[in-house]
Write a protein that binds this ligand. Sequence first.
Ligand code: SAM
Length: 182
Amino acid sequence: MELYFINISIFIILFSLIIVWIMWSALIGAGFQPTSMHLVKKMLEMAEIDSNDILYDLGSGDGRIIAQAVKSYGARAVGIEADPIRVLWSTMFLLFYGIKNKSKIKWGNFFNEDISEATIVTLFLGDKTNQKLKEKLVKELKPGTPVVSYSWKFNGWNPTKVDYSNNIYLYVIGESNLNIYN
Ligand SMILES: C[S@@+](CC[C@H](N)C(=O)[O-])C[C@H]1O[C@@H](n2cnc3c(N)ncnc32)[C@H](O)[C@@H]1O
């Protein structure tokens, strides 16, 4: 009987930890759902990325945008990811592809990280998170920096380019947000 209760307790603790792990990212920004590689390419082409760029992917998931930016365009790229397991996984992925020298995955909450060196920012987050991010983007990014968001818009900002069929929006800091933060 005692062993039965120990087993049940271990099960409940493990189950709770898994639920917290799954929910944590969703609570602070967005849950994990990878962008398809086809759309990753569209996002990077829309931003006109090249080898002089430093791309930041806020909530970098499995690191696919980071890897593509480095492998296909020779850019430098930084991912910021809250989930330690995805940080570990994507770092191994970058090592496996031999592109770790041009890329980095930081473990943290992107709201607390300095993103000012970015020349391109990519996002696939959520509606509320996008709206919350606007002030940080305007404060830290240089005018002219493209911000490419898959799926979610920035309310009140005017996108410079839109790919309606794929739901991708490109905003340019200092242009798209003028009516709000000028
Ligand atoms: C929808 S996924 C997108 C993953 C990747 N960018 C892609 O397009 O394939 C969102 C990711 O953002 C991460 N995330 C959510 N809020 C975050 C935050 N505040 N700081 C860092 N990462 C966050 C989640 O853990 C998740 O991996």
